[in-house]
Design a protein around this ligand. Structure first.
Ligand SMILES: NC(=O)c1ccc[n+]([C@@H]2O[C@H](COP(=O)([O-])OP(=O)(O)OC[C@H]3O[C@@H](n4cnc5c(N)ncnc54)[C@H](OP(=O)(O)O)[C@@H]3O)[C@@H](O)[C@H]2O)c1
Length: 336
């Protein structure tokens, strides 16, 4: 089968189209014929992980070395990127009960990756579910990472109907789903992004949008129940005045400083810092599928690239140009 393989860390040029062995499903696995796999934040970071110095690392410092070793210190351990996918079940192992040949599925591999290929095997009890009936493979493939992460983190702060919520980084993989999920939970949502993506964030249902290149949301005089900062571009000291009493400052990317702030605010003051890691579950993916079918979550596809042009797709995403998702599409005997 064809796959995009990378043997060393580096620029998109390291991504090479190769012929590799087609995987064979184990007894508990399904073999998925992949039709779509997006390029997300994880792909870009993992491809160039050697460049992620402890200072550029978006998680607490003590995790840097273990993560670096896990991914491969000098060269990548996992040679095929791609953490999200949608496709069709081509074969099932003898113990598989949840899926059958011909099922259309979507899924998330997390750090296991491997979806930039024509085929992939996944245990049936991992993050894989029947694809939403009202989405194409491309649209469905672009959902799991952002939606699962956003859902998990919003649940950790117990988001409630009627709350005022601000999402900083609203146009990205996590933020675009956080906007839609916060709306689903009944919040009044303000999305913060840059000028080219204002329309995108509005189209996702944000009640208000703020262009951070023109306006500092911490100086608007508005106060929120929840400020969810995806990239951690703001700071608690600046956001504090924009939080209501008992307000939460939720961070998806954080370091030791923010962890200390979380501990400190746990014992002092009504405004809390919450640093959280998402822990995805299959039932969450099924819940997200149901929300999609109920029309509560949509996918905006910016660009599609064939598998052979994966490096080009990485260049486009890396330049920060995407408005929505960038998806690698795969053709199988003229079926797409
Ligand atoms: N806690 C967890 O469990 C967890 C899980 C997965 C990932 N993460 C973290 O999440 C982050 C990646 O998020 P993602 O996948 O959503 O990234 P992404 O798809 O690359 O999107 C990031 C967005 O941030 C926006 N942005 C850039 N500079 C900004 C600024 N100064 N202010 C506000 N927005 C800005 C960008 O768009 P604009 O130019 O339009 O603003 C972009 O759309 C990483 O730091 C990763 O470590 C955390």
């Amino acid at each position: 089968m064809k796959a995009i393989v990378y043997q060393k860390y580096g620029s998109p040029n390291v991504l090479q189209l190769k012929e590799v062995a087609k995987p064979i499903p184990k007894d508990n696995e399904i073999l998925i014929r992949i039709y779509a796999t997006p390029v997300n934040y994880g792909d870009i970071t993992t491809r160039n992980f050697r460049k992620i110095s402890p200072r550029k690392f978006t998680m607490p410092l003590p995790l840097w070395l273990p993560v670096r070793i896990m991914f491969g210190f000098r060269k990548p351990r996992k040679k095929i990127l791609g953490s999200e996918l949608a496709g069709e079940v081509e074969a099932v192992g003898k113990d598989v009960k949840l899926f059958k040949k011909g099922d259309q599925v979507f899924g998330y591999r997390g750090m296991s990756m491997g979806a930039n290929a024509e085929y992939l095997c996944m245990p049936e009890d991992e993050l894989v579910a029947i694809k939403p009936a009202n989405m194409t493979y491309e649209e469905a493939a672009a959902v799991p990472y952002g939606a699962l992460t956003a859902l998990n983190l919003l649940r950790k702060v117990n988001i409630q109907s009627g709350q005022k919520v601000l999402i900083n980084g609203a146009s990205g993989g996590i933020g675009s789903h956080a906007v839609q999920l916060a709306k689903y939970f009944g919040a009044e949502v303000t999305g913060v992004c840059s000028t080219p993506r204002l329309e995108l964030v509005k189209s996702l249902g944000a009640d208000k949008v703020i262009d951070y290149t023109k306006e500092d949301f911490t100086k608007s005089g508005e106060a929120y129940d929840l400020i969810f900062d995806i990239l951690g571009k703001s700071s608690f000291s600046r956001c504090k005045r924009s939080l209501k009493k008992n307000g939460r400052y939720l961070l998806a990317s954080f370091g030791m400083r923010q962890l200390f702030q979380m501990l400190w605010t746990k014992i002092k003051g009504s405004k809390k810092v919450i640093c959280a890691m998402s822990s995805e579950r299959t039932e969450d993916l099924i819940f997200i599928k149901e929300l999609i079918e109920a029309g509560k979550i949509k996918s905006v596809i910016d660009r599609r690239y064939p598998l052979e042009q994966t490096a080009e797709a990485h260049r486009y995403v890396e330049k920060g140009l995407k408005k929505g998702h960038v998806v690698i599409t795969l053709k199988h005997n003229n079926k797409t």
